[in-house]
Design a protein around this ligand. Structure first.
Ligand SMILES: Cc1ncc(COP(=O)(O)O)c(C=O)c1O
Length: 371
């Protein structure tokens, strides 16, 4: 029986190989590799896709978050509210900006920041909230934005896992004051290396990110502010321009395959991902949940099916973050999720036959237990 990998990037490459090869050769022939025509065109096209007026390409999603915070004037001495259950990158970016992350527990159904907990988390030094649209599911932005407006806080959307997702009829990334995207290769829109983008409707913040991403240069070799090197390169931009044209089609394919998982797994003991009525989920991950997660994962592995856990140890229980002031037990929803969640293979090119096979193995696992 053939193994089923968690993700297969080669299949996607093969499906659009001619276009990608043409785009790459265009860049090689032109001989311009940094902040040229491809980056400018991609920035325009991605901004339009997200219905936001400004998009700035940067070197990674982590940098996108960091530069978004810095462009909003957030840094040393400021508190930033973040969900306790997220990629470590969200927290790393807050620290990289010099600010202090305040971990808040998640909504047990959506796995995103629980807006009901904001009131008890906010401090006099809090400047911003970072809702993370985890696994492709939009965070419940409306109450978060309401709270932020009331307390004069900025909202920085972490969109790394949710390209193309929609919340209450509008694309994610267009709701907050500023937003960060990652183009890590396995993302719904991914390059062939690292990449990221900051999106905002505010021209002054957009300009600040443009300065910060290249040594603070308003003109060549003259730094008007202290910046860094965080540029999206021409090759990645050319790849992303090709792939952006397919993003909606690929997200539709993810949704269709997710639909099959729902259909085939609905009678099992697994908790299936929520599909909030106010949002259109883009299934960056298909995350199921069960108290015997590790046994199920081992059973699938023995039969050649690769799964992953996003994420096995919550941020506050990782050695590097022991000093965040959140002891074990203080973020119970995130702690329990990390013990029970399991990401099943889901990528646009996965076949329905393979989804059916994965589901048969899962059903068999639960049948064996009850025998
Ligand atoms: C939720 C979230 N935020 C931020 C990032 C950071 O993106 P990158 O890996 O491009 O730095 C990631 C990617 O892993 C992510 O999943």
């Amino acid at each position: 029986m053939q193994a089923i990998p968690f993700v297969d990037l080669n299949k996607q490459y093969e499906s659009i190989r001619r276009e990608l090869d043409e785009a790459l050769s265009r860049v090689f022939t032109r001989g311009s590799f940094i902040l040229g025509a491809e980056v400018s065109a991609f920035e325009r096209e991605f901004a339009e896709y997200c219905t936001v007026s400004h998009s700035i390409g940067v070197a990674s999603g982590t940098d996108a978050l960091k530069l978004a915070l810095l462009a909003c004037g957030i840094g040393m001495g400021d508190d930033v509210i973040v969900p306790a259950h997220t990629a470590v990158a969200t927290i790393a970016a807050v620290h990289a900006a010099g600010a202090n992350p305040l971990l808040v527990d998640i909504d047990p159904v959506r796995y995103t920041l629980d807006p009901a907990l904001l009131a008890q988390a906010v401090t006099p030094r809090t400047c911003a909230i970072i809702p993370v649209h985890l696994y492709g599911c939009p965070a419940d932005l409306f109450p978060i934005l309401q709270f932020a407006r009331k307390h004069n806080l900025l909202v920085v959307e972490d969109c790394a896992q949710a390209h193309g997702a929609v919340y209450q009829g509008r694309k994610i990334g267009s709701w907050g004051d500023i937003a960060a995207f990652s183009f890590y290769p396995t993302k719904n829109l991914g390059g062939f290396g690292d990449g990221g983008a900051v999106l905002t409707g505010d021209p002054a913040r957009a300009e600040k990110v443009r300065l910060l991403r290249q040594y603070g240069w308003a003109e060549h070799y003259i730094s008007s502010v202290r910046g860094i090197n965080s540029r999206l390169d021409e090759l990645q931009a050319a790849i992303l321009r090709v792939k952006l044209k397919y993003l909606d089609e690929w997200n539709a394919s993810r949704r269709k395959l997710a639909g099959l998982y729902y259909e085939l797994l609905s009678g099992t003991e697994l908790t299936l991902p929520a599909q909030p009525a106010d949002a259109s989920h883009v299934f960056h991950q298909f995350v199921v949940r069960h108290s015997r997660r590790d046994q199920l994962r081992g059973y699938l592995k023995d039969l050649g099916i690769q799964t992953l856990v996003h994420y096995p140890v919550p941020i506050h229980l990782q050695p590097a973050y022991a000093d965040l002031g959140c002891p074990k037990g203080s973020l119970p929803v995130a702690e329990r999720a990390s013990q029970e969640v399991l990401s099943l293979p889901l990528y646009p090119e996965l076949t329905e036959g393979n989804v059916a096979r994965i589901c048969r193995v899962i059903i068999d696992f639960f049948n064996r237990k009850s025998r």
